[in-house]
Structures are given as C-alpha cells and as structure tokens.
Ligand binder design. Structure first.
Ligand code: FAD
Ligand code: DLZ
Ligand code: SF4
Length: 505
C-alpha cells in the first residue's frame, strides 16, 4: 500500500504515478496548500483554475474507484510535505509514489520529506531528460529547430516517411503577417462557473483578493471534457488563421487566433500529442493550411519540449542568472499603474483581466520593455510566473530568463529579442491609439521604445557589436551623427530616471 501524490499541474489519468498504482488499495493525496498558493502572488484566476480543476479531478478519480485524501485550502495545511505527512499518519503508510514536479523548488522539498518517496518520470512529455541531454551533448548551440526536427521524426507528425509534409520543416516565414483589420473569431469557448467553481471563487476571493488580477468573469474550462470542447471550438473556427496572424496584435483583441491551450496542457487537462494529431488531421482534410498546422505543432512538440529540456538541463540556479547585470526594479506599471504607452497598457490590462497575453505580447511588449529598461531578470521572472494562468517554473523560467531577458548569455536565443517601436507598429494597430509618436526619433512625444532601444545597444556594445545577427543594428547606430546620438542617449537617460522613480510615462 502506498500514497500517490498528484499535484495541481498533474491532473491527468495518464500520470505515471497513477499508472503505477493500484486503485483498489493505494491512496491518492491531493492538497490545496498555502506554500503552493503563495510562492509567488499568483493571479487569482490562476489559483481559482487550479483549485477548481483539482477538485473536479479528485471527484472523477473517486468516481473511477480511487480513494482520494483531498485537502481544501480552508483546512490550513501549509505545504505538500505537510499534507503527505498527515495522510501517512491517517493511513499508517510510509511509501509515496510521485511524478516528478515541474519545479526545482518542489523537487528539493520532496527530497527533504522524511517519507520514502519514489519519483517517477513525467511521461506526459515526449522527450525524457536523458534524451534531451543526449541531444544537447557536444553541440555548440542548442537551437530549437534541430531538436524539433528530431521530435517530428520521432513522433511522425506531419511527416511523409522521412520528409516533412508540404516539403518544408518550418513555415515560420509565412506566419508573420501584420495586424488584420479585424479578428473573425468570436473568441474562446467560455464556461459558466458551476457549483464547484463557485465555491472555489468565493474562497479565492476571500483569501487572495489583494493579488494582482481580476477574479470576476471567470470562464476557464476546469476539467478534461470542457478543455477538449474549448480546443475543438478553436480548431474549427480559429485554427485556419492561427499561422497567418500568430505574431499580430490588435487593440482590445486579447486572444487573436491563439489556442489558449497552455493552461490546460500544463495542468494535465489536455494531452499534447492528441492536440497535434487533431491539427494534423485537420490539415490532411484540407480544413487548416500547412503554415497554421506546422506552426501550432512546432510550438507544442518543438518549443514546449525544448524549453522544458533547457529548464532541467541548466539546473536550479538558472532563474538567478543575470549576464547583462541588469538590476533595476520592476516598474509599477507591471502591477497596473497607468501608462501612456498604449502597447504596454493593453498587454498589462488584459493580463490583469484574463491572466493571459499571447506570445508576442509577452516577448515583444512586456519582455522587450523590461529588457530595454534594464530590469533585474529575476524580478521579471517572478512577475511572469505570477500573472499568467499557464505559468509554471519549468516553462516560464527559460522563456523569461533565456528567451526574453537574455540573462543566460544566449543559450536559448542567438541575440536579444529587442526592438524599437517600428516592429510593434508593423505587427499591431497599437501605435495609432498611442499618446507617443512611433515615427519620432527624439522629442517630448517620442516612443519610449525608440529611445531605450538605442540606449541598450550603446550600453551593451562590447557584448553585442560582433554578434553577426546584430551587426546591421550597430551599423545604423554608427551612421547617425554624434549630435543626434548624444541627444538620443540624453533623452533615454532622462526617461530611465522617470521609469526608475515610478513616475508617469
Ligand atoms: P498558442 O499561441 O496557441 O500556442 C500553442 C501552445 O504552444 C501553447 O499553449 C504552448 O503550450 C506552446 N508554446 C508556444 N510557445 C511556447 C514557448 N515559447 N514555450 C513553451 N511552450 C510554447 N508558456 C507557458 O506555457 N507558460 C509560461 O509560463 C510561459 N511564460 C512565458 C514567458 C515569456 C516571457 C515568454 C516570451 C513566453 C512564455 N510562454 C509561456 C510561451 C508562450 O508565450 C505561451 O505558451 C503562449 O502564449 C500560451 O498561449 P496559447 O496557449 O494561446 O498559445
Ligand atoms: C499553481 C498551484 C497552486 C496555485 N496551488 C497548488 C496547490 O495548492 N496544490 C498543488 O498541488 N499544486 C498547486 N499549484 C501547482 C504547483 O505550483 C505545481 O505543481 C508546481 O509549481 C510544480 O510545477
Ligand atoms: Fe507602444 Fe511606442 Fe507604439 Fe506607443 S508608439 S504603442 S509606446 S510602440
């Protein structure tokens, strides 16, 4: 007889710990605990989603014949270890089976637990840690594209024998259309809170109301069946446009044609391979074009798997890397202080209301701004981990520390993801509604991105000047006359002081 730990992001009947246990004798332990609910100040919608999905998963396990020891947040249990120890005492057991948690913090905590814990691989992922290490060994650069091709071969997804369907591995080039005039998709499928969700909403509202984020209008799916209905709706109505407008942004269109599947995949409500197979079938039936199908599948079997590989390869200190030695505080606008920068305001206000922003908003609006403003990457990492419903350390940390903030020195990205306002203007309609002038280069109304971009390049010239992908940026900077350059730097310096003092900008 053994205890079987199921964490809040392990809500899958295919979980290795459950598969290795016997429902006629073993006891499943699930616990809503203070330590997990407060390691960062999670968005209230993320907490409500997690607790609701945990409660429904436990109910389904019971219906399937399992005995589940479930602790609700009101019971005041502090940590996962405390919940395990309490269950161990109640049932007179010492052995625990767990599936590896997606965070070093919790892995280390389980290692410190005085019970006899066996930790199994999380086989919801395609690549094991060993496979990723083998792939990474001896490579000069760990570029996602080559890893992705191996996973395509391994899974057979979008493959014709040994060759990629459609003739190319990657259709990213076709997936960079600027903003359309309008979005022809009514938005994700919404689920009205039932009794279980309503009870959770009341409890989360009472305990976590001071966290950044709105709890009202909660509409997330909270079990497998709802998450599947959400995905089917997206596949039918939005997936055909996913590729074309993957990088586009429009005012007051928080979701565009994105899948909003990250939260369901990461919590265990949806299985990655099943989604990819459904998209592949839609492509074969002529319902979804190749650039959309390949783009979506690459995000899941390429980026998602690769990012997880990096998290476990790089080790527990990854979150505190800071090669650019950035140490500014996270500006108060990230916690909702109003800003005249329309792009930033849009990305942060939808984050507050929906616990969601899509990839380009995370990378090229909030991430780009934090990087250019020289914010301490660990503070940026804690923000992303807190505010998004899909945020867990294994996926958020490499995306923030590596891809977005270049704090790992280039393990993930071959150059920093920075841009002036020009890129944002090309990919969105934000600038048309902004207080600032995206075309201005200096002056009272100049777009802040235009100043901070050149300041960043100047500040880090020694590190990046010889980077082959950045040479053109430095050549443009070098061609500007000295008077103009010093004016840009002077204005950028003044703006940086306003940002650091949490003044108005
Ligand atoms: P879609 O655009 O519909 O894409 C489908 C799926 O592909 C996503 O749900 C996700 O599972 C996967 N995917 C796409 N890009 C990535 C990526 N770079 N890394 C891993 N998986 C990817 N993703 C998270 O799941 N959790 C996070 O905490 C997270 N933090 C991020 C922080 C930063 C700074 C950046 C730049 C990106 C982050 N991402 C994170 C990746 C990506 O932005 C989200 O996966 C995506 O926006 C989720 O929205 P969606 O489900 O609508 O995705
Ligand atoms: C995100 C989250 C929250 C808010 N609360 C709980 C909880 O009370 N109990 C639990 O088992 N899991 C929770 N989670 C998910 C965990 O934080 C997640 O399992 C770890 O971060 C590892 O990825
Ligand atoms: Fe953002 Fe600059 Fe455009 Fe304003 S002008 S929306 S600050 S990029």
């Amino acid at each position: 007889m053994t205890l079987v730990l199921v964490l809040g992001d392990q809500l899958s009947e295919q979980l290795s710990a459950l598969k290795s246990a016997d429902k006629s004798r073993d006891i499943v332990v699930m616990a809503e605990v203070a330590a997990e609910a407060t390691y960062v100040a999670h968005h209230p919608k993320k907490i409500a989603f997690t607790f609701s999905a945990m409660r429904k998963f436990a109910a389904n396990l019971r219906a399937a014949g399992w005995t589940v020891a479930f602790t609700k947040i009101d019971a005041g249990v502090r940590s996962i270890n405390a919940a395990l120890l309490a269950a161990a005492e109640t049932y007179g057991l010492r052995d625990v089976i767990a599936t590896e948690p997606g965070e070093w913090r919790l892995i280390h905590a389980l290692q410190d637990c005085p019970l006899d814990i066996t930790i199994l691989h999380d086989d919801r992922f395609i690549a094991t840690h060993t496979e990723f290490e083998t792939w990474a060994t001896g490579r000069k650069a760990l570029r996602m594209e080559y890893f992705y091709r191996d996973v395509r071969r391994k899974t057979g997804l979008l493959m014709d024998g040994d060759t990629p369907m459609g003739g190319r591995w990657n259709y990213d080039h076709d997936n960079r259309k600027g903003a359309p005039d309008a979005v022809h998709f009514a938005g994700p499928k919404r689920f009205a809170p039932d009794e279980i969700v309503q009870e959770v909403l009341d409890q989360v509202g009472a305990r976590f109301a001071s966290n950044f984020g709105d709890l009202d209008d909660f509409w997330f799916a909270t079990d497998h069946a709802e998450a599947k209905a959400h995905f089917d709706h997206w596949l039918r109505y939005a997936a055909p446009h996913f590729g074309d407008y993957q990088d586009a942004m429009l005012s007051d269109e928080p979701f565009m044609y994105h899948g909003l599947v990250g939260l369901y995949l990461n919590a265990g409500l949806l299985e990655p391979i099943e989604l990819c197979q459904a998209v592949e079938t839609a492509y074969k039936n002529g319902d979804v074009p190749i650039n959309a199908a390949e783009g979506f599948i690459r995000q899941i079997i390429g980026w998602r798997e690769y990012i997880r590989g990096i998290y476990f390869l790089e080790g527990a200190d990854y979150a505190s890397r800071n090669v650019l030695q950035h140490n500014a505080a996270l500006p108060a606008v990230y916690w909702g202080k109003p800003t005249r920068m329309h792009c930033l305001s849009q990305a942060i206000s939808q984050t507050r209301s929906e616990a969601y922003a899509h990839h380009i908003q995370r990378l090229m609006i909030t991430g780009n701004f934090a990087l250019l403003a020289g914010v301490d990457p660990e503070a940026v990492h804690e923000w992303y981990l807190a505010v998004y419903a899909d945020a867990y350390a294994w996926v958020e940390t490499p995306n923030t520390i590596g891809m977005s903030q270049f704090a790992d020195g280039g393990i993930i990205a071959s150059k920093p993801y920075i841009s002036s306002g020009n890129y944002i203007n090309k990919m969105s309609n934000y600038c048309a509604s902004c207080h600032y002038q995206v075309k201005a280069k200096t002056g009272a109304d100049v777009c802040p991105f235009n100043l901070l971009y050149w300041q960043f390049l100047d500040r880090h010239s020694e590190r990046f000047r010889e980077n082959p992908r950045m040479g053109h940026m430095y050549r443009t900077w070098d061609r500007m006359d000295d008077g103009h350059k010093s004016r840009v730097l002077r204005e950028a310096e003044a703006l940086s002081k306003v940002i650091a003092a949490n003044g108005d900008f």
